[in-house]
Design a protein around this ligand. Structure first.
Ligand code: HEM
Length: 410
């Protein structure tokens, strides 16, 4: 499948694509380029059914308006049966306990005590610690030479989440590994056994970790210590489960947004020169990088009743997958959606979702990305690809395990 750089697929490109022939649940499909198939689905099959042959089936929506409706409309589409495609047909044991697996009003009760730790004021307070964490992951670029944008930045979100939650530095390598296993259990870099077993090991390790930490962290600096002293109405189990969710939310997505955006710059030397010359481009670059990479690629919901959607009908209880990466390339909303444009205005991307589940960590993530690119452009005079990225195998997270680059110090 061709890699599309700054050019929308043509009618002739789309004519040759048959969405029914593609397994959208297959992680291997997503380690290629799904954009041509998504474009064909937006054009010809906006409500697309896939039977997996084992009694499981799901609908896909790919257009911006439909993805927004599914993600934000908890009355029509519940999160309580899981929010990831890998959970299709399984049981969500954290329903009503974990943010991403709850609908209002339970969701509102869980989110309220956490919200003030994640607003823009809290993110601004974290800024100095984020700068320290970013400078650490960028220490290698100052010398120039080859630099792996994915490998070298993998620990950054753990360092940022650790500053927020109060997690000891000695634990970061384990936390990086376990969250990688939880986010992409099919990927060879993380797999320790069958994907289900890898996922179970990751969940168990992370829940144990936060339960242990909760026993000792009462009153210490950071969100875990604070919640153990005063959980604002949350039970101990709810605190543990949501700390897991916060850590996973941060680590699964941020590094792929960074490495995907750096890769886009490496392919566009003119754009990178403009960013080096004008720091004012950084905020727009960050927003376009979020849209372009759409690292949180898909979310699962289940219909609460019979619903007319995208020109078809979804029956009560049926699964619907909202493809965020596709919505963020919809030409109905974005002019020239296959062009990477750091000056795009407006940029109404939904990389952080929307509605009640709008990313809790969006301000922290934006601050991290802005600090990262401000530092990167200060330290790196030029960047170019130095090999083929190794894509992640995951139908949830879109990104790469390795993005080799050649950097020239500023
Ligand atoms: C570039 C980075 C990030 C991206 C693209 C991203 C994307 C998303 C998206 C699309 C959702 C909505 C899920 C849904 O509708 O079911 C979400 C939820 C969430 N994110 Fe993020 N996220 C990022 C960074 C972070 C960070 C840094 C944190 C924590 C420090 C975080 C924590 C969460 C949590 C806890 C939720 C669940 C919110 C809820 O259900 O109410 N995320 N994220």
């Amino acid at each position: 499948m061709p890699v599309i750089v700054d050019a929308a697929p043509t009618a002739a490109d789309l004519a040759g694509v048959e969405p029914a022939a593609v397994d959208l649940a297959d992680p291997a499909f997503h380690s290629g380029d799904p954009h041509l198939v998504w474009a064909a689905m937006r054009a010809r099959s906006p409500l697309h059914r896939q039977d997996l042959g084992d009694g499981k089936a799901f609908w896909s929506v790919t257009r911006y308006a439909d993805v927004c409706r599914v993600l934000s409309g908890h009355d029509e589409f519940t999160s309580a049966r899981g929010s990831l495609l890998t959970q299709l047909g399984g049981r969500e044991t954290a329903a009503g306990v974990m943010l991403v697996a709850s609908d209002p009003p339970a969701h509102t009760r869980l989110r309220r005590p956490l919200a003030r730790w994640f607003n823009s004021t809290a993110a601004a307070r974290l800024r100095d610690r984020i700068v320290v964490a970013v400078r650490r992951v960028l220490h290698g670029v100052a010398e120039g030479g080859t630099w792996d944008a994915a490998g070298e930045t993998a620990v950054l979100p753990v360092a940022v989440a650790a500053a927020l939650l109060g997690l000891p530095e000695a634990d970061w390598p384990d936390l990086t590994r376990w969250t990688g296993m939880a986010a992409a259990p099919e990927d060879p870099a993380y797999r320790v056994a069958r994907p289900e077993v890898t996922l179970a090991v990751a969940h168990h390790s992370l829940f144990e970790y936060f339960a242990d930490l909760g026993r000792t962290a009462r009153g210490t600096d950071g969100l875990v210590g604070h919640l153990m002293a005063d959980a604002g109405g949350l039970s101990r189990d709810e605190v543990v489960v949501n700390c897991y969710s916060i850590l996973l939310g941060a680590t699964a997505t941020t590094p792929h947004t960074i490495s995907g955006t750096v890769a886009a710059l490496a392919e566009r030397p003119g754009l990178y020169r403009a960013v080096v010359e004008d720091p004012g481009l950084v905020p727009g670059l960050v927003e376009e990088g979020l849209r372009w990479t759409s690292a949180a690629s898909s979310f699962l919901r289940h219909a609460t009743g019979r619903i007319e959607l995208a020109g078809g009908t979804v029956e009560a209880g049926e699964a619907v997958v909202a493809w965020v990466g596709s919505a963020n390339r919809d030409a109905e909303v974005f002019t020239d959606p296959f062009r990477f444009d750091a000056g795009r205005r407006p940029n109404r991307h939904i990389a952080f979702g929307l509605g009640p589940h709008y990313c809790l960590g969006a301000s922290v993530a934006r601050t991290t990305l802005q600090v990262f690119f401000a530092e990167f452009r200060r330290l790196v005079g030029a960047v170019e690809p130095a090999g083929v990225p190794v894509p992640l195998r995951s139908n949830f997270v879109r990104g790469s395990g390795s993005v080799p680059l050649r950097v020239t110090a500023a």
